[in-house]
Design a protein around this ligand. Structure first.
Ligand SMILES: Cc1cc2nc3c(=O)[nH]c(=O)nc-3n(C[C@H](O)[C@H](O)[C@H](O)COP(=O)(O)OP(=O)(O)OC[C@H]3O[C@@H](n4cnc5c(N)ncnc54)[C@H](O)[C@@H]3O)c2cc1C
Length: 478
């Protein structure tokens, strides 16, 4: 067992994986001009484990062995709260961008532990043993992971077998004595360009006719037949002054194609047990939405801080409408924080001691965040002003002919010169507009499931008996 250094993590990515960027095959992701930004961002995870300021939070030591806290299987509320704190701290250091190279994979491994045991009980399979071996491999070698759950899905109103194309959901196309061969494509897979292992999970509940689509497994990212088409979204070059958050911070997403990929049996965790596909999909989501609300906390703090900062620099802190908006933003952010903590407090262990956050509270937290996100942006942009998208460039301050003019004319309240105000404006612009702001906005609505998926879970998880009984009681109905 051993923790890796940031450099060991980076070196591990030079493995001839098949990545395409804007139509060209990428030789080495660690030196590619765009993808290396994502590598650098992800290395933060390993830097935190070495930094004395964050080591205790990042690393767990048990019986003399140390491993990344992300891989600690939760057994209590305290474990979930520490996990949440770690995710929040890493995201804050990542300038509002989640790191995600261990968070999402550990979410999937926790769910795999819980559900594989249930499959084994019904079908006398040995999936749990395989999951445990894979988990030890990842934890003991301090690996990074992606999770490919979201299929391309074709016609959203149809199940896998009813689609025009049989490959719109990932499926088993061959069963061999030594393993299975899978075909299909997953989409929006985060960090695949720069992780070591890829966990594949079903994206929805399956009917009996969908058996071949009920498949879960894990493979190294460089497995033959895995083709990663990296998204160029957010790839335009940026200066630190103009885009202080996104100039150095980036995540990559890929369309992840399984072009008849062989998976050995010891890495297969579900192969045809269609009646557990829904439990597997939701089991992962239960943990992953808790990860989501944890990593949204620095983002909502940044929105509150941006509104406070711009109100001050613009000299409008005391205006009634601004105070109203600030109170709204504080309530928005702190409701999310309170619900996130409450999801851990209300969590429960299964009969084997694996602890999970409370599904109702987690989904309420995620829905609250996503449903109100654009309103939060509206308030921040309103307070900041139009210079969010019309300000000068860093070169204009450097030019002796224009620099002093800009410092004079773009100033705010007394004592605030134009260069300081523009720097603050650029941070808020990066956060709420353009490529990075747009990425955050779509991430808010869609990542970890759309708004409707969260509402569905709230309706499912809420036990209506107490409220209904009370309404009947006060109405005098038996
Ligand atoms: C930046 C980013 C990173 C992501 N990272 C990952 C990742 O690492 N791994 C991963 O697996 N996924 C990832 N996701 C995927 C994310 O979970 C999905 O975007 C989300 O589940 C929505 O799926 P979709 O994009 O296909 O949209 P759709 O499912 O097509 O949703 C579009 C609309 O259609 C509606 N809809 C869909 N199906 C139906 C239906 N049957 N009936 C009625 N309405 C329907 C939805 O409610 C929504 O309103 C990521 C997404 C983003 C944006």
């Amino acid at each position: 067992m051993g923790l890796r250094t940031p450099q060991q993590y980076i070196d591990s990515l030079k493995d001839d994986r098949t990545v395409f960027f804007r139509g060209e095959r990428v030789d080495d992701v660690t030196t590619h001009p765009i993808i290396k930004k994502a590598v650098h961002h992800a290395a933060l995870d390993y830097e935190m484990a070495e930094d004395p300021a964050t080591r205790d939070l990042s690393v767990v030591t048990e019986d003399g062995d140390s491993y990344s806290r992300y891989f600690k299987i939760p057994a209590s509320t305290e474990d979930l709260l520490l996990r949440s704190k770690l995710i929040e701290t890493a995201t804050a250091l990542g300038k509002t961008l989640v790191v995600l190279v261990k968070e999402i994979g550990s979410d999937a491994m926790f769910a795999l532990h819980r559900v594989s045991r249930q499959i084994d009980q019904k079908y006398e399979t040995d999936y749990l043993q395989r999951v445990e071996a894979f988990y030890r491999h990842v934890r003991d070698n301090d690996l990074t992971l992606s999770v490919a759950q979201t299929d391309v899905k074709g016609d959203r109103s149809l199940g896998p077998t009813a689609q025009n194309d049989p490959d719109y959901y990932t499926r088993i196309v061959e069963r061999r004595p030594d393993g299975i061969v899978v075909r299909g494509a997953k989409i929006h897979t985060s960090c695949t360009t720069n992780t070591n292992e890829l966990i594949v999970l079903p994206t929805r509940a399956m009917a009996e006719g969908d058996k071949d689509y009920a498949v879960a497994f894990a493979i190294p990212v460089n497995t033959p037949g895995v083709k990663l088409i990296a998204s160029p979204y957010g790839a335009s070059p940026k200066e630190e002054y103009d885009a202080p958050l996104s100039a150095e911070r980036k995540m990559m997403e890929t369309i992840t194609i399984f072009d008849d990929v062989f998976v050995p049996w010891d890495r297969v965790f579900m192969a045809g047990e269609h009646d557990f596909a829904g439990a597997m999909a939701l089991g992962f989501v239960e943990y992953h939405r808790f990860t989501a609300v944890s990593y949204k906390l620095p983002l909502v703090d940044a929105l509150v801080g941006s509104a406070l900062l711009m109100a001050d620099l613009n000299g409008i802190s005391r205006a009634a409408h601004v105070r109203d908006k600030l109170v709204w933003l504080v309530s928005y952010a702190e409701t999310l924080r309170a619900l996130t903590e409450m999801a851990a407090i209300r969590g429960q262990a299964d009969q084997h001691g694996i602890f999970a956050p409370d599904a109702l509270t987690t989904n309420m937290a995620k829905w609250h965040f996503a449903h109100h996100y654009h309103e939060a942006l509206q308030h921040v942009q309103d307070i900041a002003g139009g210079m969010l998208v019309t300000g000068p460039g860093v070169e204009d301050f450097a030019n002796p002919e224009t620099g002093d003019l800009l410092r004079k004319y773009l100033g705010g309240r007394a004592g605030v010169d134009g260069e300081v105000r523009t720097r603050a404006m650029n941070m808020v612009s990066d956060l709420t507009t353009g490529e990075f702001g747009g990425y955050h906005a779509v991430l808010a609505i869609h990542a970890e499931g759309s708004l409707e998926a969260e509402k569905l879970m709230i309706a499912r998880a809420y036990d209506s008996r107490r409220a209904l009984a009370y309404a009947k009681q006060i109405a005098g109905i038996d």
